[in-house]
Design a protein around this ligand. Structure first.
Ligand SMILES: NC(=O)c1ccc[n+]([C@@H]2O[C@H](COP(=O)([O-])OP(=O)(O)OC[C@H]3O[C@@H](n4cnc5c(N)ncnc54)[C@H](O)[C@@H]3O)[C@@H](O)[C@H]2O)c1
Ligand SMILES: [Zn+2]
Length: 364
């Protein structure tokens, strides 16, 4: 039941492997891509749960794994974190044959990917994502970044991995809230691209929630296929790749308005943001209320928040949300670029929505 998706980017094409037990097979996948010392960047949580198995698999192929363990959490995605990691990596005597392994969630992947892109003007790297969000989203597509005081992910580059290995078994140790937050991105793929996938998710909601691997493997693979197809067409986000931002302009503004605190995880903001994007689409006559209600019902079934009032603590005001939306990097020429829908599975991008329409939506 394991699957292989290929992301077509000419001589930078790569495979995304999705399945069970892949950590133990990682040596087989990595050996053809490197030799000698293999730096393995991870975080403390992942290291304590899963690192030994990966180390063994790499050693088994005559390679020499060198773990570099970061502090978990977004605070590692800074210049200071990058400096520390670069220092540790350069001490591994990297050369043209080196391959850096990013073994963790989106934080580890983004930081290790950026370091790989910068050191010696570009070292190859592999993604072995360990969170649902990283398996369906951040490990694929080559976006790498750290945060700046001015905003998230503002310092980065495109650097595609050589391979992505998504072991579904790793998801069993993920805290439930992290798992569900990652699931919002899964629902996003269906909501933007495929009514049929959306129905499948509705049908399998209970098994997904129970993390039944028989369902998670095809679910993750499907998301990877959608993302790989979109990135293959538009690597640098000049067109179709912007569709992947469904729910994100609102979501990012909500994250910013709640101070990027644990009151609202990224996927939770995306869940609320998608419902807002669907509501706005219905208000503007592009889609129907029925679509919005269906999305909302499914997200609720998956224990995700769907309205601003679901956020614990004081609710961000419409004005505060609007201010943060206009700071988002998706603003073009003073207009807020939004992803709207013509129904489930039919997303499109527009910059034609007035601030007034967004204000009215948020006030409603
Ligand atoms: N590059 C991209 O295209 C892209 C896309 C989306 C998000 N991102 C970035 O991804 C980051 C968020 O990623 P994330 O949600 O994976 O967060 P994360 O990397 O912080 O991981 C979440 C938490 O789960 C822990 N963890 C990871 N794997 C685990 C496992 N298997 N079992 C138990 N605990 C585990 C981590 O230690 C951490 O505490 C953000 O910085 C975001 O900007 C990047
Ligand atoms: Zn996201």
């Amino acid at each position: 039941m394991n699957d292989r998706i290929s992301l077509e980017l000419g001589d930078r094409s790569y495979a995304v492997h999705v399945g069970r037990g892949l950590t133990s097979q990682a040596g087989e996948f990595l050996a053809p891509l490197c030799g000698g010392i293999v730096p393995v960047v991870t975080d403390r949580n992942v290291a304590s749960l899963h690192l030994e198995r990966l180390m063994e698999a790499i050693r088994g192929r005559g390679l020499e794994p060198r773990p570099i363990v970061l502090e978990p959490g977004e605070s590692s995605k800074t210049f200071q974190g990058l400096e520390r990691l670069s220092d540790a990596l350069l001490n591994c005597s990297l050369d043209r044959n080196s391959l850096i392994v990013a073994f963790g969630g989106g934080v580890v992947g983004d930081l290790a990917g950026l370091a790989a892109g910068l050191l010696k003007r570009g070292i190859a790297y592999a993604q072995i994502p360990t969170t649902l969000l990283a398996q369906v989203d951040s490990s694929i597509g080559g976006k790498t970044a750290i945060n700046a005081p001015q905003g998230k992910n503002l310092i980065g580059l495109f650097h595609q991995p050589r391979i992505v290995i998504s072991d579904i078994d790793l998801l069993s140790t993920l805290p439930r809230r992290e798992f569900l937050s990652g699931y919002a991105e899964v629902a996003k793929y269906a909501a933007l691209n495929s009514p049929e996938f959306f129905s499948w998710l509705e049908l399998n909601a209970a098994a997904i929630s129970d993390r039944d691997a028989a369902v998670l493997v095809p679910m993750v693979a499907r998301c990877c296929r959608i993302k790989a197809a979109i990135v293959g067409q538009d690597e640098r986000e000049a067109g179709t790749r912007t569709l992947l931002n469904l729910g994100h302009t609102f979501g990012h503004a909500l994250e910013a308005a709640t101070g990027y605190s644990d009151r609202l995880l990224h996927g939770e903001g995306v869940a609320i943001g998608m419902v807002l994007a669907f509501r706005l689409s219905a208000r503007l006559g592009f889609s129907t209320k029925v679509d919005t209600e269906r999305l909302e019902r499914h997200l609720r079934a998956m224990s995700l928040p769907t309205t601003v009032s679901d956020i614990p603590g004081p609710n961000p005001s419409p004005e505060a949300i609007l201010v943060h939306m206009s700071h988002d990097k998706k603003v073009r020429g003073g207009q807020i670029a939004l992803v709207l829908v013509r129904g489930i599975g039919q997303a499109f991008t527009t910059s034609d929505v007035s601030i007034e329409a967004i204000r009215a939506l948020l006030a409603a």
